[in-house]
Design a protein. Structure first.
Length: 229
């Protein structure tokens, strides 16, 4: 199909933006692509639709990312990097272990609650049996940082005599993730069946408090639970 005058002007404008702010153009593409993939899945998303909502052109999307599958993989990686960067910014290594675990749990709950597109992406990738995630060579080391961070918190808690022995940081990460994930992944069905009181701000605040308390009660020595929850 021949390009119209509007198409030519759009491509020209996109090229100008690319020259002035290539990092901004990439970030804009990834942001829009995350919303499209999370809303429509991999098969239901069209590059044309992404291009129409970005500050660039379809041609530039292919230039940056190659094809739709490659863009989807990059969106997945970018989404996980965002979570891990948020955890890193908490600087938990400088905090007492109970405070660090509390803040990490609160962050995870809040991040997932405020970023339903991330949760939907993870759900979509599970439908694909992690096929595309497995194609990301750095995804394992990227996410192991979360386990290593919990390991440091846990070992400090053991050394301080406040955490009980016998807990695997990987299992603890699973529990924090599960409680925070279900809050978003099943929000529509849960609210449809039981009403939306828990999805309102007051309900979310109460749930976050309860999730933090459950995690701390699981980790703390029984005789110390009342002092820290």
């Amino acid at each position: 199909m021949a390009e119209t005058g509007t198409d030519v002007r759009r491509i020209g404008s996109s090229r100008q933006r690319w020259k002035q702010d290539p990092a901004g153009v990439r970030a804009n593409i990834l942001s829009i692509a995350r919303e499209e993939f999370s809303a429509n899945g991999l098969s239901g998303t069209r590059i044309d639709d992404i291009a129409a909502k970005t500050a660039t052109s379809k041609r530039m999307i292919y230039y940056y990312f190659g094809d739709k599958d490659a863009l989807y993989r990059k969106v997945l990686e970018d989404a996980y990097r965002e979570v891990r960067a948020g955890e890193e910014a908490l600087e938990l290594d400088y905090l007492p272990p109970v405070v660090a675990l509390r803040r990490l749990t609160e962050f995870t709950f809040d991040h997932h609650s405020r970023n339903p597109a991330f949760i939907r992406l993870v759900m979509i990738e599970n439908v694909h049996n992690a096929h595309y995630l497995d194609q990301l060579p750095e995804i394992g080391s990227l996410n192991m940082a979360a386990i290593e961070r919990l390991e440091r918190i846990y070992q400090k808690g053991l050394a301080d005599g406040v955490f009980r022995a016998g807990i695997a940081p990987l299992e603890l990460h699973w529990q924090i993730s599960a409680l925070s994930f279900f809050n978003v992944s099943n929000r529509a069905t849960f609210s449809g069946i039981f009403g939306n009181s828990l999805s309102r701000p007051s309900g979310q605040k109460a749930l976050k408090t309860q999730v933090v308390e459950m995690v701390l009660r699981f980790v703390l020595k029984p005789e110390l639970i009342g002092n820290h929850t």
